[in-house]
Design a protein around this ligand. Sequence first.
Ligand SMILES: *Cc1c(COP(=O)(O)O)cnc(C)c1O
Length: 412
Amino acid sequence: MSMASHVSENRLPQSDRPSEPRVQRPRRAAPADAVRPTRAEVFLDALRHNLRVVKRAAKTAKVWPVLKADAYGHGAPAVARTLERAGADGFCVALFEEAVELRDAGITAPILVMSGHYGASHGEVIARGLVPVIYERGQLEAFAHAARTMGLTSAFPVHLKVDTGMARLGIQPADLAAMAEAIHDFPEVKVSGLMTHLACADALGTEETVEQMRIFDEATATLARFGVRAEVRHAANSAALLRGESSLDAVRPGIAIFGVSPRAEGSQSPLTNELRQAIRVRSEVVSVRDLPTGAAVGYGALYRTTRPSRIATVPMGYADGLSRRLTNVGHLLVRGKRAPIVGAVSMDMTMIDVTDVPLAAVRDEVVVLGSQDGPLGREHIGAEEVANHQGSISWEVLTSISRRVPRFYREP
Ligand SMILES: *Cc1c(COP(=O)(O)O)cnc(C)c1O
C-alpha cells in the first residue's frame, strides 16, 4: 500500500529511535474524575455505522477518516482504535503531534499528516512511519536529508499537495515544473500521493468543484510529463464524497464519520440521511427557581421574564463549549421537550426556561447535543441546529466541546 510505513521502528539503529515525544498535551477530564454531571457520550457503534455508510459511498476508493482536532472533539485514540478495527484503511490528521498521539495509542494503520508543520522532527516523522504532506521544495529537502541520515534503503513516500483554487496550502500549478525538478534532485524521497482540497464541495452548486478537479487533473498530467507519477490521488472531503463525485483512489471524510451532515440544508443526499450523530452531550438540572414576571436572569440582565416563570440552571457554559452566542437563542432538552436558553450563557452555567416542562426538577437530565427520550416525548438537537443558532458551522460546534467535559465511550 502506498501509504504504508516503509520503515519499522525496530529496524532503526538505536541512536535514531525517536525520543519520547517532547509535546506536553493538555489533559482532558477523565471519566473517573467526573463529579459534575456534564459529560459527552460517544457511541462507538455510530462511528462504525458511519464508516460503513462512507465506505459504501467511496466504492473502491480507500477510506482515510480525518481525526484532526482530537477526532473532532470525540477523542482521537478511542475513535482511531474503533475505526481501525472496523476496517478504516488509514487516517488523516492535521498535526504531527496528533499523529504521534495515535501511534502512542497503538494505531498501526497509515497516517497522513496534512498541515506540513514538521519543525525539526523530520526524522521522527519517518521513524514513526507517518506519511507527510509536502508542498514546498524545502520540505522535500528536509525529508531527503533525514532519510539519508537514517540510511533508508528505499525512497521515503510523501504526498504532494496541489493548490487548485482554495489558496490555503499546496503548490500552485505554475510551480509544478520546478517542483518536479526538485523531486528528481532528491531521490531519497518519492511522491507516492497527490492531493488537493476542495473549497466548495458543501455548496449547492458544483461549478467551483468541477473547476478544481479539472485543475487537479491538469496538474497530474503536468507532473507525469516530468516523470512524477503518484500511485494514489485524493481530493474528497465528506461533502464531495457524499455527493458522489471525485472519490479518485482515496477519500478523506471527517464530519461524516461523526454522523453530521456536511451539506447545506436542503441538499442532502440519501446517504447523508443514514448518518448517525456519534456524540451526545448531557448534563443535569442543578437548581430550579420560580420567578415573577419582570425578573432578570443572568449576567447583564439580558433576559427578563414575561410571565411567572420556572428557571432551571444547567452546569455547562461557554468554557465547556456551549457558545456565548447562544445567549437567549436555542434550546436544551429536558424530559424529552425543548426548553429555551434564557439570559447570557456564562462560563460554567446556563439557564433555561422550564415553565412549559411539567415537573422539571433538580437532577433531571439535560441534553445539549443529541437525542433525549423523556416522559414528554423524544427530541433531537443536531450539531447543525446548534451551529445555525450560534452563526457557525457544525465543525466548530463539535471541536468546541472543551477538555473540561469528560468523554464516556458507549458500546450498545
Ligand atoms: C478537515 C479536512 C478534511 C475533512 O473535511 P470534512 O469536511 O470534515 O469531511 C479533508 N481534507 C483536508 C485537507 C482537511 O483539512
